[in-house]
Design a binder for this molecule. Structure first.
Ligand SMILES: [Zn+2]
Ligand SMILES: [Zn+2]
Length: 841
């Protein structure tokens, strides 16, 4: 009976037994996973996975993300690096408040118990985290530094307060995020239309860094191009000119000037209207008491909001209304009508545009619809020659080429567009009605949230002094406990009178605390700095420690964070640099975005019923197999289509590995031919897997290489592993190196096998196998090349060359080529390992 069908009890792979044994040992030796201090003689390597929100349980996407990071961390330890591999919790956020209402559990309690559970899951999965560096953002020892940073930014004018428009649900009496507005109504009150309100909000001046954030993208070659492009578009820089159109007639509170941003000031003589965003402050003045006009503007505003929510504001069906008022073009003193239009956005440029229908797609469409004048002011340039009178042809409209020449433009006629762009901007500045300008799509970061479960903004409002910052010595402003959270009636903190009412630190009079809390993206903007030393109490971080660990060598997470989180954290780094806290200008040298996991053709979700629960897979197949499958199914950057059969396959492979190690194999004496073949295959495998780690992380091919290697050795052993074919020395080399290479992918089984080999050390401290090119080299044999039966050449080729390969090599040999000399090759007969006979005519 074969060994395969009847394993001895000892040879049965029992992942639960193995994994629980090693998990318990590792928990008793947390120092194994700790990074060494910054005076370590080893080179440093900081590998980081994005920290999770503690929702209660890990999902498969987490397992994939962390398995990639853990494989890399273990590999880098083995390569001799001092590895920092920390984990923490992005622990503030609305779900805790919703859970508090639903289960009547305080957010803090709910969050901390979720963290405990998820940490236990991570431990069960065997991730090599340095838990001495754990950061939990909802605890005061962390969020006090959010407050500290806020005060520093306030001192420098980087934090400021201004009125801004927000989505407001009158039922909830609170601000809604854009994603909480569903079909124009509140997500919780589906019959209640959301209103727009003007509220005082706190902003961080990220726009001060817009240009640097853009420029430095060119210095991040280790980031995916896709992410850099998304950031460039998000920052959205455009060069142009600001031009003031003066309001004709009486002015209201919004003033008498309409600043317009345009990238094509060269076409301004073709401007036949000025168009305002529905939210433009001057609109209220222009509308006045005209209720009909008011209703139309409200409708335009609603259309724009709906399009924004649907995410297709660029595709909006254009509507507008004439205000019955005019503005004056400062270049030619011409009066142009002022319209309000639904496609003009308040958050781009100045919220007002000049409309040049002849030379802009959108303006053309709008002018055609409403019968506005279309005036041509640029023409294609003809070899630099100005056109003669009467010779001008109207180009196909709208005509937008910059490689053109001005007409109908007063003193600027016959200038090229490039020249006109410069000169007209200069003239605007000279004339005091405008200037050259750059604008960004990126807006300042509004961080106020009318919620409980976040960092309290450390500001006070004094009846006498106005806005007063909380003195640094009074930090942290701690979130009060036992707060009644209802999600109605505004910020829950506003109702905690004993917390809200304080003495003003400046005058001693009555003051109230700010009741808004910070956007949770603040927490994640700098958490990875805190990891390097979360015990420091006198500052958010220790600059010396940061200088050693930063930049992060490898950051791994989902591409859905390509903008917000990854722009905010770049901004935060630059701000910290300007405070003198850190020397680096960027936080992350290399970024990797892993693919999503899908099942049955869709993203895994509870509602679709296609969730795969990590705990269930671990219980059935073990953590090693579960982790390894997420790495094996496809390369880490691609979408992973979950197949249960694939996990079964990996589990079967780990079983075969275990059985091989648990079975005693007879050894041969001296050097056998099989020894050379096994060493060759072994070193080829070392090369392949090392290259995968250093290159594109195709761990799926690394794992296939391990499978091939095992199969190869099993075949050498005649399948039954009984033949005395392989020497003890080579058997040992194979086993040790196989375990070392298995370790980053299946750490539990690797340690069990290592112990079976009589070793006691932790594999994190064992060096990664060295590849020996001489051993990996294919054996060569001499083959004879004949033409029509006559020997023409002799070639040395790899011993295992295929027939196809031999045919190709023979035909390509120079002597053969010379003899062929244009003759027709009828066929080439191959005798593998011996000869190739080419038949010609
Ligand atoms: Zn509501
Ligand atoms: Zn005061």
């Amino acid at each position: 009976m074969s060994e395969r069908e009847n394993p001895t009890p000892d040879a049965r792979y029992d992942p639960q037994r193995i994994e629980e044994k090693w998990s318990a040992r590792w928990q008793q030796q947390p120092e194994l996973f700790r990074a060494e201090p910054f005076d370590s003689p080893r080179p440093k390597y900081y590998v980081l996975e994005m920290l999770p929100y503690p929702s209660g349980a890990l999902h498969m996407g987490h397992v994939r993300n962390y398995s990639i990071g853990d494989a890399l961390a273990r590999y880098m330890w083995m390569k001799g690096y001092n590895v920092l591999h920390p984990m923490g919790w992005d622990a503030f956020g609305l779900p805790a408040e919703n859970a508090a209402i639903k289960n009547n559990t305080p957010p803090r309690e709910w969050t901390l118990s979720n963290i405990a559970h998820m940490k236990a899951q991570m431990t069960r999965l065997g991730f090599a985290y340095d838990w001495s560096k754990e950061v939990t953002t909802c605890l005061p020892d962390y969020y006090r530094w959010n407050q500290w940073f806020f005060l520093k930014m306030y001192e420098r004018g980087l934090a400021y307060r201004k009125k801004s428009r927000v989505n407001w649900c009158p039922e909830c009496a609170t601000v809604l995020a854009n994603e909480q507005v569903v079909n124009g109504c509140c997500w919780r009150h589906t019959e209640t239309p959301v209103q727009q309100r003007e509220l005082e909000q706190w902003f961080l001046r990220i726009t001060d860094y817009a240009q640097e954030l853009l420029d430095d993208l060119d210095r991040l070659p280790g980031w995916p191009e896709k992410v850099r492009t998304m950031q460039r578009n998000w920052i959205g820089r455009s060069e142009g000119a600001l031009v003031d159109f003066k309001l004709d007639g009486s002015a209201g509170p919004a003033g008498d000037k309409i600043p317009v941003f345009t990238t094509r000031v060269d076409t301004i003589f073709g401007a036949t209207s000025v168009q305002l965003a529905p939210e433009h402050p001057m609109v209220a003045d222009l509308v006045g008491n005209d209720s009909g006009l008011r209703a139309k503007v409200d409708e335009l505003m609603a259309e724009q909001r709906r399009a924004k929510e649907a995410g297709d504001v660029g595709e909006i069906e254009k509507h507008g209304v004439f205000t019955d008022r005019y503005a004056i073009n400062p270049y030619n003193s011409e009066k142009v009508p002022i319209w309000v239009a639904n496609y003009v956005l308040m958050d781009y440029g100045t919220g007002a545009i000049m409309s040049v229908p002849a030379h802009d797609e959108r303006d053309y469409e709008f002018a055609k619809k409403y019968g506005l004048e279309i005036r041509v002011v640029i023409l294609p340039r003809r070899q630099g020659e100005p056109p003669e009178d009467g010779e001008e042809e109207t180009p196909l409209l709208p005509f937008t080429a910059v490689d053109s020449m001005l007409i109908n433009s007063g003193p600027y006629n016959e200038l090229s567009c490039e020249e006109a762009l410069q000169r007209m901007a200069q003239d605007a500045e000279r004339g005091g009605f405008g200037k050259a300008a750059v604008t960004y799509r990126l807006k300042d970061w509004g961080i106020s949230r009318q919620r409980y479960w976040g960092t309290p903004i450390p500001m006070l409002y004094c009846e006498r002094c106005g806005i007063v910052p909380v003195p640094e010595k009074d930090l942290p402003v701690v979130l009060p406990e036992n707060v009644d959270i209802t999600l109605t009636g505004g910020s829950p903190l506003g109702k905690v009178e004993e917390w809200v009412n304080v003495r003003c630190p400046a005058c001693g009079g009555a003051a109230r605390r700010e009741t808004d809390t910070m956007d949770t993206f603040v927490d994640s903007s700098w958490y990875f700095y805190r990891y390097t030393d979360p015990t420091v109490t006198t500052a958010p971080l220790d600059s010396k420690t940061i200088a050693y660990w930063f930049e992060i060598d490898q950051y791994i997470g989902g591409v859905e964070h390509a903008i917000l989180h990854l722009i905010y954290s770049r901004f935060w780094t630059k701000m910290m640099r300007d405070l003198g806290l850190v020397a680096n200008s960027e936080p992350v040298a290399r970024l990797f975005t892993q693919g999503m996991i899908i099942k049955d053709g869709a993203k895994m979700s509870k509602s679709l019923g296609n969730l795969v629960i990590p705990d269930e897979m671990i219980e059935r197949y073990g953590a090693d197999a579960t982790r390894m499958y997420t790495l094996f199914a496809t390369s880490p950057d691609r979408e992973l289509d979950w197949q249960d059969a694939g996990l079964v396959g990996i589990s079967g492979f780990l079983s075969r590995v275990y059985r091989f190690f648990a079975t005693k194999h007879e050894c041969a004496n001296g050097t056998q031919p099989a020894d050379r073949r096994i060493l060759r295959k072994l070193h080829q495998t070392i090369r392949r897997i090392s290259e995968d780690f250093n290159g594109r992380w195709h761990f799926n091919t690394s794992i296939s290489a391990l499978m091939e290697l095992l199969n190869f050795v099993l075949e050498e052993h005649g399948g039954e592993m009984e033949e005395q074919a392989v020497s003890a020395k080579v058997q040992d080399a194979f086993r040790r190196n196989f375990v070392l290479m298995l370790h980053p992918f299946a750490p539990y089984l690797a340690h069990e096998l290592w112990e079976m080999l009589g070793e006691r050390s932790n594999l994190l401290r064992e060096p990664w196998p060295k590849y020996d090119p001489a051993l990996a080299k294919e054996e060569e044999v001499e083959i004879v090349v004949q033409i029509n039966g006559k020997i023409r050449d002799r070639l040395f080729v790899p011993a295992d060359s295929s027939e196809e390969e031999l045919r190709r090599l023979a035909l390509a040999a120079p002597k053969v080529q010379a003899t062929l000399d244009g003759k027709k090759v009828v066929k080439a007969v191959v005798v593998p390992g011996k000869l190739v006979n080419i038949v010609v005519r």
